[in-house]
Ligand binder design. Structure first.
Ligand SMILES: [Ca+2]
Ligand SMILES: [Ca+2]
Length: 200
């Protein structure tokens, strides 16, 4: 039985360490050539670290820090999208958490201030909404949203995003994984019992 318990403990440790996912920051760095911009459109979304930023029309770009246009207050590369556009953040691995990000206007495409509305669709159903008004410069939006299926961004003027801090969700293991784990533990226990039976 001690051996079985060691197996269970080992599997538990593996599961816990696998679920302790690391936060990643989407920075948009080194995508656009120096001094330039790269168009982002519905056919070619932006991807970084397994996360995707897709758009509803072609009025979007990843902008290099040395380009003629900028996100005031942010000296690094960033993502820009028009007021008519909806930017949507998703994760290829499923649900994710969104801790914070940098939001602001994109100039001179727009004259600040702008407002930005962020809508999170929860993997378990329902939505979360946050609206930031009077944005004139890069501003940290602290959201701390968990268990998201996607997050949509809309602006009242051309807007910009950067430093999106996200983490793959760990809250609820997949039903299939739990079923396999239960099956695995059952097999180990049965094997242990048989072994003892033979030894007796
Ligand atoms: Ca950046
Ligand atoms: Ca750059």
């Amino acid at each position: 039985m001690a051996r079985t318990l060691r197996f269970v403990a080992a599997i538990s440790i593996i599961l816990v360490s696998a679920s302790a996912a690391q936060a990643v920051t989407l920075t948009f760095e080194n995508f656009a050539p120096a001094g330039s911009v790269v168009n982002i459109n519905p056919a070619s979304p932006y991807t970084e670290a397994g996360f995707t930023v897709s758009v509803s029309n072609p009025l979007a770009a990843v902008v290099d820090s040395a380009a003629a246009t900028n996100m005031p207050g942010n000296l690094t590369d960033f993502f820009a999208f028009d007021t008519s556009n909806t930017a949507t953040l998703t994760f290829t691995g499923g649900a994710f958490d969104l801790a914070s990000l940098l939001i602001g206007p994109y100039v001179p495409a727009t004259t600040p201030p702008i407002n930005m509305t962020i809508i999170g669709t929860l993997a378990g159903g329902g939505t979360l909404t946050a609206t930031f008004t009077g944005l004139t410069t890069a501003t940290t939006a602290n959201l701390n949203w968990v268990g998201l299926q996607n997050v949509r961004f809309n602006n009242t003027g051309a807007g910009a995003l950067d430093d999106i801090v996200v983490t793959p969700s760990t809250a609820v293991p997949e039903v299939e994984s739990l079923r396999l784990l239960a099956l695995g533990l059952f097999s180990i226990i049965v094997a242990g019992t048989r072994q003892r039976g033979r030894q007796a």
